[in-house]
Design a protein around this ligand. Structure first.
Ligand code: PMP
Length: 358
């Protein structure tokens, strides 16, 4: 039979997202959403936008939002790019900045890392080399100093949660001047320092962020990238070739309010950091090994119990966490830091599982 699609489609192995359960009662600690909800000022701004002018197209360039972000980071609005979640921003960045097919100069990213990167490479037919993390699950930057057509990694890395200091990124940029370096800062606000401070110094640095995690707006779908104005222009050229309105009116209004309400942002990020440290202590007492996390999730391994079994036993008790059936990390679970109450439910459920097993 004729196939009415490209051979590429048969070869794709699409990204498998974390489960979004159909029932409400589960304690959902599997996709790193923020347990505290967005700022009340964001909800107010969105409500206002619904009554104002949904009849009209939105501002195609999200000018006011770009200005708000530029003010927040002390950069120029021409250094800001926006998309429908950072997954879309990353997709455009892969297409605009990393799309090469030079076998001698693959795109480099870590193994283990965000599992969307190899998917984009498959989609855009990009040659890549996934570089193993070191024995402590850290990114070893000297492994990236070889001919390449671009380097990308999350900071903190996902799903490990391990942070690279901004000085190390500056060091990499000093040595890697021939290709772009993309730092995916989806989880940077939970104790890390952003590399945005380096964009004026290094024209090949692109920093990608999202409002899904620290600003608790996963449902609104707003992602951004910041870098030299020429890099941002390259992203705009690709974006304008397939979608002139990446952000709707509600997303623009909500995102502006989210960047303006710095008090709420600081308080909720700090609460998550504090709760993370308490959760780590509680799990260590239950014989878990926890990788050092600067994110709103932790990556943990029990000294005796099998990770897949633990995930399924937790699910039976109404709690979902993330299990990756992948070499090297198949004895780990990634657990989102929830509310105090959710974290306690998790700890209680683990105690229950341990008692049942003994
Ligand atoms: N980067 C990393 C490292 C992530 O874990 C995620 C969340 N799955 C994203 C980007 C994308 O987040 P969003 O599309 O919600 O902005």
């Amino acid at each position: 039979m004729n196939k009415y699609w490209s051979p590429l489609v048969d070869e794709l192995s699409p990204y498998t997202p974390g489960e979004q359960p159909k029932v409400d009662k589960l304690v959902k600690l599997n996709t790193n959403e923020n347990p505290y909800g967005p700022s009340p000022k964001v909800l107010e701004a969105i409500k206002q936008a619904t009554t104002d002018s949904l009849r009209l197209y939105p501002n195609p360039d999200s000018d006011q939002l770009k200005q708000t972000i530029a003010n927040y980071y002390d950069i120029e609005p021409e250094q800001v790019f926006l998309g429908n979640g950072s997954d879309e921003v990353l997709a455009i960045a892969f297409q605009a900045l990393l799309k090469h097919d030079d076998e001698e100069r693959p795109v480099l990213f870590p193994d283990v890392t965000y599992s969307f990167y190899p998917v984009y490479c498959g989609l855009y037919e990009i040659v890549y080399d996934a570089i193993e993390l070191d024995e402590l699950f850290q990114i070893r930057l000297r492994d990236y100093l070889k001919p390449n057509s671009g380097i990308i990694f999350p900071n903190p890395n996902a799903p490990t949660g391990i942070l690279l200091p901004v000085d190390a990124i500056a060091q990499l940029l000093e040595e890697n001047t021939e290709s772009v370096v993309i730092v995916d800062e989806a989880y940077i606000d939970f104790g890390g320092e952003s590399a945005v401070s380096l964009i004026n110094q290094y024209p090949n640095l692109l920093v990608v962020q999202t409002l899904s995690k620290s600003r608790s707006l996963a449902g609104l779908r707003v992602g951004l990238a910041m870098g030299n104005a020429d890099l941002i222009e390259a992203l705009n050229r690709v974006k304008n070739s397939f979608n002139s309105y990446p952000l709707d009116r509600l997303a623009q209004a909500g995102a502006i309010a989210a960047f303006e309400d710095t008090d709420y942002f600081d308080e909720t990020c700090q609460a998550i950091i504090d709760d993370r440290e308490d959760l780590v202590s509680a799990l260590e007492q239950l014989q878990f090994k926890v990788l050092p996390s600067a994110a709103n999730f932790i990556f943990v391994r029990h000294l005796r119990l099998d990770a897949e079994m633990l995930a399924s036993q937790l699910r039976k008790r109404g709690i979902i966490v993330r299990y990756f059936n992948k070499a090297r990390i198949n004895q780990f679970l990634r657990i989102t830091v929830g509310t105090l109450e959710q974290n306690q439910l998790l700890v209680d459920a683990i105690v229950d599982i341990l008692q049942t097993k003994d």
